[in-house]
Ligand binder design. Structure first.
Ligand SMILES: [Zn+2]
Length: 366
C-alpha cells in the first residue's frame, strides 16, 4: 500500500482507535435506582420500632411482615429484606454507605430530593437551577445522552422510570438516540410484541395510586421485555414505590416495595447472565436519589430540612467490579461520582467530557 491509499488507511486507523476501546470491549451497564430507600434498611434491615399496624395501611395486621422481615440481628434482618443483594450482589461486588461500618455515601446537591438527585447521578454534578421536582426538561447533558452518541452505542441506551418526570430528567431532546419511557406512558417499540402491548394495557388500566407515578411492577416488566427484544448496552431503571409508601407513612408496604426491588434486581441479573449479549460483560449499579430521616417520624420525609437525608448507598457488581463486599472504613464517596464510574465501566471518560462531573470511584473499577 502506498500513496494516498496508505495515507487514507492510516487516517482511518487513527480515527477508529478513539471509539475502538469502547466498541471492542462490548461492556454493558445497568443502573437501577429505587427512589428514597434508606441506607438504614439496606444495612440494618427492617426497623422493628416502625413495623406497627398503624404504619401498615392504617391498621392492617403486621404479623406476617414481622415473621417475614424481623430477626435477632441486623445481619439476619437485612438478608431477609434484600436476599439477592446480600447473597450475590454485594459478595460479588461492593457497596458504600454503611455508616455502622465507617463508610459514607452522600448527595452533594444540597436539596436531598428527587430531581436534583437524579440530575446529580446522571450528570455528575449538582445544579442550583434544579431546585424543584417540576416536570421540566433538564438543561444539562446526562451521561446517558453522551454515551448514546459514542461509537457502538447509538440506539443502545434505554431509560425506564416509574416517575413521569424521569423522562425530562434524561431529556429526550438531548438524547435523540435514546429509548425513554416514564410514568403511565405506553412503551413504543418496533417491532411491537404481544407482551409489551399487555404491559402497556396493564399500566394504562390500573388504578392511579399516584398522579405522576406508575407502580413498579409494570415498569420493571416493560424494561425486561425491552431488554429481551432490543438488547440495549446501557439501561437505566428508576423505580418509585419506596419513596411513595414512605411518604404515606406506610412502613409495611415500604418494606414490601424494597423486597420487591430486591427480587427485580435478582431477576434482571439472572436474565442478563443467561443472555450471550450480556453474560460476563455487564456491570450492575444499585443506588438512590436521596435518603430519608430517622424513626419515629422523619423516616417518612427528606429534603433540605432533613439534613441526614443526604445520606445514600451506592452498590456495584459484576463485570469490572472488584469483589470487596461492604466497604468499611473508607474515604467518603458522593452521588456525583456515579456518572463517571458508570462511563468507566464502558471504557469511556465522562469526567473528561463534562468538567463539572465528579471523578470515578477508583476502587469500584478494576
Ligand atoms: Zn420523596
Amino acid at each position: 500500500m502506498r500513496g494516498w491509499r496508505a495515507w487514507l488507511f492510516a487516517a482511518m486507523t487513527v480515527g477508529l482507535t478513539a471509539g475502538a476501546k469502547a466498541a471492542e470491549n462490548d461492556a454493558r451497564v445497568v443502573l437501577v435506582m429505587t427512589d428514597g430507600m434508606r441506607w438504614q434498611e439496606i444495612f440494618r434491615g427492617a426497623d422493628e420500632s416502625l413495623l406497627t399496624k398503624e404504619r401498615y395501611y392504617n391498621g392492617r395486621s403486621v404479623d406476617e411482615l414481622k415473621t417475614k422481615y424481623l430477626a435477632a440481628t441486623p445481619d439476619e434482618r437485612r438478608q431477609k429484606l434484600m436476599p439477592f443483594l446480600w447473597s450475590t450482589f454485594i459478595p460479588q461486588g461492593q457497596i458504600y454507605g454503611d455508616r455502622d461500618a465507617g463508610s459514607e455515601a452522600s448527595v452533594t446537591n444540597g436539596f436531598n430530593f428527587s430531581y436534583p438527585g437524579y440530575n446529580e447521578t446522571l450528570t455528575g454534578h449538582g445544579d442550583s437551577r434544579i431546585d424543584s421536582n417540576d416536570d421540566k426538561p433538564n438543561p444539562n447533558l446526562t451521561v446517558l445522552a453522551w454515551v448514546a452518541k459514542q461509537p457502538g452505542f447509538q440506539g443502545k441506551v434505554a431509560a425506564f422510570g416509574a416517575w413521569h418526570v424521569i423522562a425530562n430528567v434524561v431529556n429526550p431532546e438531548m438524547c435523540m438516540a435514546c429509548m425513554v419511557n416514564a410514568g403511565y406512558d405506553p412503551v413504543a417499540m418496533s417491532p411491537m410484541t404481544r407482551e409489551m402491548k399487555i404491559l402497556n394495557d396493564v399500566k394504562a388500566n390500573s388504578p392511579r395510586g399516584w398522579e405522576d407515578e406508575a407502580y413498579d411492577a409494570p415498569v420493571f416488566e416493560s424494561a425486561m421485555e425491552y431488554i429481551r427484544i432490543k438488547k440495549p448496552r446501557v439501561i437505566f431503571l428508576s423505580l418509585g414505590e419506596t419513596d411513595e409508601w414512605a411518604h404515606a407513612g406506610n412502613y409495611g408496604e415500604y418494606l414490601e416495595a424494597s423486597h420487591r426491588v430486591d427480587g427485580y434486581l435478582k431477576r434482571m441479573w439472572e436474565t442478563l447472565q443467561a443472555m450471550p449479549e450480556y453474560k460476563g460483560k455487564t456491570t450492575m449499579i444499585f443506588m438512590v436519589d436521596h435518603g430519608r430521616g430517622s424513626a419515629p417520624e422523619e423516616w417518612k420525609s427528606h429534603g433540605q430540612k432533613v439534613p441526614e437525608s443526604k445520606s445514600i448507598f451506592m452498590g456495584f457488581t459484576g463485570h469490572g467490579v472488584p469483589a470487596v463486599g461492604v466497604e468499611k472504613n473508607v474515604a467518603p464517596v458522593t452521588q456525583s461520582q456515579a456518572a463517571a464510574t458508570l462511563a468507566k465501566y464502558l471504557g469511556l471518560d465522562w469526567d473528561a467530557a463534562e468538567k463539572q462531573a465528579g471523578k470515578p470511584i477508583d476502587a469500584a473499577v478494576k
